[in-house]
Design a protein around this ligand. Structure first.
Ligand code: XLS
Ligand code: NI
Ligand code: NI
Length: 438
């Protein structure tokens, strides 16, 4: 296939080690380096996000686009979509990203005719499949954009108007078909409009029941059509809605349990969503890991001084090291990978900027993974934490854990014992371990 080269001044990005001064090289991400029993590449399973990297124009509420893409010039939707796919796969292979993720409308523009949209997605997914076969890059997850079109302004699966719910279902069906065709590991539901702007006009109970019904039907369809991958729910507390039903990890877990969806779904957690919910990403990941639900990650970061989803590229190694501790201890991601749901800034306008951004993110994760592995193997971290709970490993503490002590038993023990010793939680000691191994 003859095709244009979109990043012609940019070479293949290689691992050159920490002594390299080359800004277009990895200093930590050595894809085949074995960490905790498997290559980094397999722990991290990095993916590029179609929407930010190949569709995001840099426009913001105050200004026009600043990113003018050479692959966005042709007049036909099909022509633009194929050029974009060429650019995307050139980028993914140059960066050694093994996976990518997309929404239906990122791959090809949609119109208001659903049958035509199905045709368009089939056409572009055939083309993407060919690109996958040529390059070895594969789909991490697919999804449908159920939030940009104006028909979704009152919700998609949770819209009070049934005819909108049906439109959303059609989009999901086509996106699932494409995901199956492209051998996607997962399928994501992020409910950007599944929530409310005002409780006054909202029957929340009914809307949540509709969302559950919608997920069941989507899952049944996908399974019946041979989808073997994992479904992911991506929590976010708000934005664009005032309140999103998939608020955070705990809330989604409760929802999935209530509606009997736990067996097919895992969580896709995003850093900036965690902080919007008033949590750390570590918190969200630990909640998921403790419930065997740590499926996939959307990597980015917010801004410390403002409160929205700025989707900046991740670069905080302390934060990432703490996250990788959870990832390693939980045995890895269940069915997913690490998708850079991050965008270069509006004023980052060189083609190189997209590469610098991903190289920085990949290196930061790789370095964090190595540090976390060293912490687990070489430091007192695990033992120190376990020590704090040693009173539950034997005697009365063990009996308590095993349910053998009643409240009156506990009261008797309390009456007959002295005031507990003051035991330090040693938070600063633990914090220092992180910095020491970075
Ligand atoms: C938006 C979400 C979105 C999902 C996919 O905040 O992060 O990009 O990842 O629909
Ligand atoms: Ni996301
Ligand atoms: Ni997001």
């Amino acid at each position: 296939m003859s095709q244009a080269v979109y990043f012609k001044n940019i070479p293949q990005i290689n691992f050159e080690g920490t002594t390299s001064d080359n800004p277009l090289a990895f200093r930590w991400y050595d894809e085949s380096r074995v960490v905790a029993g498997k290559p980094m590449k397999e722990w991290l399973r990095f993916a590029g996000a179609y929407w930010h990297s190949f569709c995001g124009t840099g426009a913001d509420p105050f200004g026009a686009p600043t990113h003018e893409f050479p692959w966005d010039k042709k007049t036909s939707a099909e022509g633009r979509a194929k050029d974009k796919a060429d650019a995307a796969f050139e980028f993914l292979t140059k960066l050694r990203l093994p996976f990518y993720c997309f929404h239906d409308v990122d791959a090809i523009d949609y119109c208001d005719d659903m049958a035509e949209n199905e045709r368009r997605l089939q056409l572009i997914s055939d083309y993407l499949l060919q690109k996958q076969q040529e390059t070895g890059v594969t789909l991490l997850w697919g999804t449908a954009n159920l939030f940009s079109n104006k028909r979704y302004m009152n919700g998609a699966a949770t819209n009070p108007d049934f005819s909108v719910v049906a439109k959303a279902a059609a989009q999901v069906q086509f996106a699932i078909d494409a995901t199956i065709k492209l051998n996607g590991s997962g399928y994501v539901f992020w409910g950007g409009r599944e929530g409310y702007m005002s409780l006054l006009n909202t029957d929340m109970k009914r809307e949540k029941a509709h969302m559950a019904m919608f997920l069941h039907k989507a899952k049944d369809y996908a399974r019946a059509n041979g989808f073997k991958g994992t479904f992911f729910i991506e929590p976010k507390p708000c934005e664009p809605t005032k309140h999103q039903y998939d608020y955070n990890a705990e809330t989604v877990l409760g929802f999935l349990r209530q509606y009997d969806l736990l067996d097919d779904f895992k969580l896709n957690l995003e850093f900036n969503h965690a902080t919007l919910a008033g949590h750390t990403m570590q918190h969200e990941m630990q909640v998921a890991a403790d419930n065997d639900m740590l499926g996939s990650l959307d990597a980015n970061r917010g801004d410390m001084q403002n409160g929205w989803d700025t989707d900046q590229f991740p670069n905080n190694i302390n934060e990432l090291t703490e996250c990788m501790l959870i990832l390693l201890q939980s045995g890895g991601l269940k069915g997913g990978g690490i998708n850079f749901d991050a965008k270069i800034r509006r004023n980052s306008t060189d083609p190189e900027d997209l590469f610098y951004a991903h190289i920085g993110g990949m290196d930061a994760f790789a370095r964090a993974l190595i540090a976390a592995d060293n912490i687990l193997n070489q430091s007192s971290f695990k033992n120190k934490r376990a020590e704090r709970y040693q009173s539950f490993t034997h005697g009365n503490g063990k009996d308590f854990e095993d349910g053998k002590l009643s409240l009156t038993d506990l009261t008797q023990l309390a009456i007959n014992s002295e005031e507990p010793k003051t035991i330090s939680g040693q938070q600063e000691y633990f914090e220092n371990i992180i910095n020491r191994y970075i």
